[in-house]
Design a protein around this ligand. Structure first.
Ligand code: PLP
Length: 379
């Protein structure tokens, strides 16, 4: 029996094809969720299936004591796409962020000695469910019952530049460009640019958590690229391998040699099958990427017209809207209703309907989804 930690919907999916999922009764669903941003290229893409099965037939795992071709190729590709230098592979987003946090503390100790080990993160942020990434997460709802946490995290409001200027004992600032679990809240560009400036002035590392926003989700390979800044380290996970577990972080030149042999490791990190899947996924996204902004704009515009939704927002194909409880009872009730009508959607917190369709979704499918929403939400 599975542990009951997920508040699951009453559907069992058995198959996926393109932008559609199928349940165990054969009912088809249009997917506006992508497994929370993971199935970035939809389901059963033949190129992805071939890459995964070919690699499974060649070499599934070696340990990180040896080189493998897929991991080497993928690291080179990710460095090129991000404009950064060096990659560490993990399995999940939380694990990627943990590694980034370790790197920042070591950088600061090497460069400045003791007394600068804290990390400033934002209220309303989400960085994962491990004890350390929960400490980094700036939302009390996730903290209840799980203290004591890893010390060394300060939280500030997005927009509060004085907090970044004046925080004492910190070595880094960790932000999401769009706060996903916090309700799909994009950070103001001016604020992000100022944070980058202050970090450079104080030699604080700028860490960007792109676990949810990265790998094409917002219409660029990384969301930071739309803000005219470059982080010291960026984390990624979710959409990178089209459905297989893979995460990691990419460091710039300054930070590329901070972690030395023995400092950090992950048994499954950079698994050859996941990396082969990621290489195929990136090729498929490369074709889809130029269309992501336009498809996002269509969906955003449509969302703005749905009864009982307000404040449609987001970037690319990472969108959210506030749900009027008087019209729909709750966001969960609305998502239940949409699911029953054949549209898979997400929540973010208790007030936000969140949409993250596959990046390969078509305009027609977006309109089909909007029609389902309109029908479900009509008075
Ligand atoms: N960081 C962000 C921004 C996320 O959205 C998430 C997951 O939703 C995580 C970290 C944690 O990722 P994972 O669940 O793969 O550990």
């Amino acid at each position: 029996m599975l542990m009951n930690t997920y508040n699951r919907y009453g559907v069992t999916f058995v198959k996926g094809e393109g932008s559609h999922l199928f349940d165990d009764c054969g009912k088809s669903y249009l997917d506006f969720a992508s497994g929370i941003g993971v199935n970035s290229i939809g389901y059963a893409n033949p190129k992805w299936v071939k890459a995964v099965s070919d690699q499974a037939g060649l070499l599934a795992h070696t340990s990180n004591l040896y080189h493998t071709l897929p991991a080497k190729k993928l690291a080179i590709k990710l460095a090129a796409l991000s404009g950064l230098e060096c990659v560490f592979f993990s399995n999940s987003g939380a694990e990627a962020n943990e590694g980034m946090i370790k790197l920042a503390r070591k950088y600061s100790k090497d460069a400045h000695g003791e007394g600068r080990s804290a990390i400033l993160t934002l209220n309303n942020s989400f960085h994962g469910r491990t004890v350390t990434t929960l400490a980094a997460t700036g939302q009390n709802a996730f903290h209840k019952n799980f203290d004591p946490f890893t010390p060394g995290f300060l939280h500030a409001d997005a927009g509060d530049l004085d907090a970044v200027k004046n925080a004492e004992g910190i070595c880094a600032v960790l932000i999401e460009i769009v706060q996903g679990e916090g309700g799909v809240v994009p950070l103001p560009a001016e604020y992000v640019r100022e944070v980058a400036k202050i970090c450079a002035e104080r030699d604080l590392l700028l860490l960007i958590d792109e676990v949810q926003t990265g790998i094409g989700r917002t219409g660029s390979w990384f969301a930071f690229q739309e803000y005219g800044i470059s982080p010291d380290v960026v984390s990624f996970a979710k959409g990178i391998a089209g459905g297989l577990p893979l995460g990691g972080f990419i460091a710039n030149k300054k930070c590329s040699e901070v972690l030395k042999p023995g400092d950090h490791a992950a048994t499954f990190g950079g698994n050859p099958i996941s990396c082969a899947a990621a290489l195929a996924t990136l090729e498929i996204i490369e074709e889809a990427l130029p269309g992501v902004k336009k498809k996002g704009a269509t969906l955003l515009e449509g969302l703005g017209k749905i009864n009982g939704l307000s404040g449609a927002r987001g970037a690319g194909l990472m969108l959210g809207a506030s749900v009027c409880q008087a019209t729909h009872q709750s966001v969960r009730a609305l998502v239940d209703k949409l699911l029953a009508s054949g549209l898979v959607c997400l929540t973010a917190g208790n007030e936000t309907l969140r949409l993250m369709p596959p990046l390969t979704i078509t305009e027609d499918e977006i309109n089909e989804g909007l029609n389902i929403m309109e029908r479900c939400c009509a008075n």
